[in-house]
Design a protein around this ligand. Structure first.
Ligand SMILES: [Zn+2]
Length: 322
């Protein structure tokens, strides 16, 4: 019998607790921001009063007012708190992903607002992913391709080009269902990119095995891990990299199916999102507690900053089109 995954946070429970209750929503974010209680940033005093209506906390000693979202990723948030919280919950608990268009309808907001919220959720996911170093005796890795729309400056028309991305996953036993994955877009399938990313994604040692498919580019790691890069016969039952290809196939479908209108610029965030969804698939109801932690870990990310960072990163992974 197939084992059931742990249940995710219930939408019914969530709406019962937070809808039409500005104070409950305020407390959600307030508790996330002050897990150890409030400390005034001006005078260090711990006595305060909450002014929910203005979304500020006022120090009782010096009168300093701290805005709820000051210094957080949602510093420029204009949404009612319930819409923001509901959007975050829907985004984090979806199995495959939510497009900005879908988010527009769920929250009854315009596309620009929905798209910014989705991007910020992906940034929170990417930030969490960055702390993962896979630790296992068995790994699998390959460079896979995905169709990506190119409508950035320098590309003619709206053609779709193939974007390579490096995948590595860890398994408990050789050739079994993966525990965790890491994904990153790369400009080319090269030894240089393998040696740049793989050592930061997985623990390496000579008694661990890295399975690949006949690729000599992985030989660059041979002194640090046992590389099994014999050619794979894909007609064989239970061939090596079976699960890598299955999982990555699902990820390719999620990205192309849900985000077909999006441009290549956002691809690192889409991959980060898919990576997060896979690695957190068994988190269940704990997801909502984790959101509180993620919320507190990042600095303000206005729309223009996000766009400029993504634009700057583009040459690192987009293949040169000639
Ligand atoms: Zn104070």
């Amino acid at each position: 019998m197939k084992a059931l995954k742990p249940k995710k946070p219930s939408l019914i429970e969530f709406t019962r607790k937070y809808s039409n209750d500005e104070e409950a929503c305020y407390d959600f974010f307030w508790n996330a921001k002050h897990p150890d209680g409030f400390v005034c940033e001006k005078c260090g005093c711990t006595h305060y009063r909450k002014i929910t209506r203005h979304r500020v906390t006022e120090c009782k000693e010096c009168g300093h007012q701290e805005y709820l979202f000051a210094g957080t990723i949602f510093q420029d948030n204009k949404l009612p708190l319930y819409k923001l919280l509901l959007g975050i919950l829907l985004f984090f608990t979806s199995n495959k992903g939510i497009s900005a268009v879908e988010m527009c309808s769920h929250l009854d907001v315009n596309y620009k607002t929905a798209s910014l919220l989705c991007r910020k959720c992906r940034i929170l996911m990417a930030d969490d992913n960055a702390s993962y170093v896979l630790n296992s005796m068995f790994y699998e890795s390959d460079v896979i391709y995905i169709g990506a729309k190119s409508k950035e400056p320098g590309h003619r028309g709206m053609g779709t080009t193939k974007q390579p991305f490096l995948t590595v996953l860890s398994t408990g036993e050789e050739n079994r269902y993966p525990k965790y994955i890491r994904l990153v877009p790369v400009a080319v399938d090269s030894g240089e990119n393998i040696s740049r990313y793989i050592p930061s994604f997985i623990m390496l040692s000579k008694d661990r095995v890295l399975n690949t498919d006949g690729k000599t580019t992985y030989n660059i790691l041979k002194d640090r891990i046992t590389v099994n890069n014999c050619k794979i016969d894909y007609d064989e039952d239970d061939h090596r990299l079976y699960w890598l290809n299955t999982i990555v196939g699902n990820i390719q479908n999620h990205i192309t199916g849900i985000y077909h209108g999006e441009s290549r610029r956002d691809l690192p965030l889409f991959l980060a999102e898919q990576e997060f969804r896979f690695n957190n698939r068994n988190e269940g109801k704990a997801l909502i507690d984790n959101i509180r932690i993620y919320f507190n870990q990042l600095f303000p990310c206005p729309r223009r900053l996000i766009k400029s960072v993504l634009d700057k990163a583009l040459p690192l992974f987009a293949p040169v089109c000639v």
